[in-house]
Unconditional design. Structure first.
Length: 133
């Protein structure tokens, strides 16, 4: 495909990155819906592989969103969607208010793990002894 500007190319890449992120969030949502704890459920976000590249692109989106309104809008929409999907999965087991709190917690766990991976610290699951989980 041809992109008239670098920004158009960047936005197309961000659409793909956010589509990947949505699929990963759906995996986390399924884990929450099956009764997994937030601490266990968020790790499903990282089960598909490609974490290093995904983390780099997601954190670039965060950085770029500060100066590019189109990227900020796309990222904000994704974050609202993420909270809604995760809260919907959790609400079967807890009150709506608690479900939103859990969704926020899981989102923060995902974001923190993205930062660890991006900055070369590996994932928290790599640091856990085998057989725990």
């Amino acid at each position: 495909a041809h992109f008239p500007t670098k920004q158009d190319l960047y936005l197309a890449v961000m659409e793909e990155v956010l589509a990947d992120a949505r699929a990963r969030v759906e995996d986390v949502s399924a884990q929450l819906g099956s009764g997994r704890t937030p601490e266990a459920a968020y790790q499903a976000y990282f089960d598909d592989g490609g974490e290093t590249l995904h983390a780099a692109l997601m954190l670039d989106a965060w950085n770029t969103s500060v100066r590019e309104p189109d990227v900020r809008t796309a990222l904000e929409e994704f974050l609202r969607w993420r909270t809604a999907v995760l809260a919907s999965a959790a609400v079967a087991a807890v009150s709506p208010g608690e479900a939103i709190r859990l969704a926020d917690l899981v989102g923060r766990l995902i974001d923190g793990e993205l930062m660890r991976v991006r900055h070369g610290y590996g994932s928290l699951s790599d640091a856990r002894p085998t057989g725990t989980g």
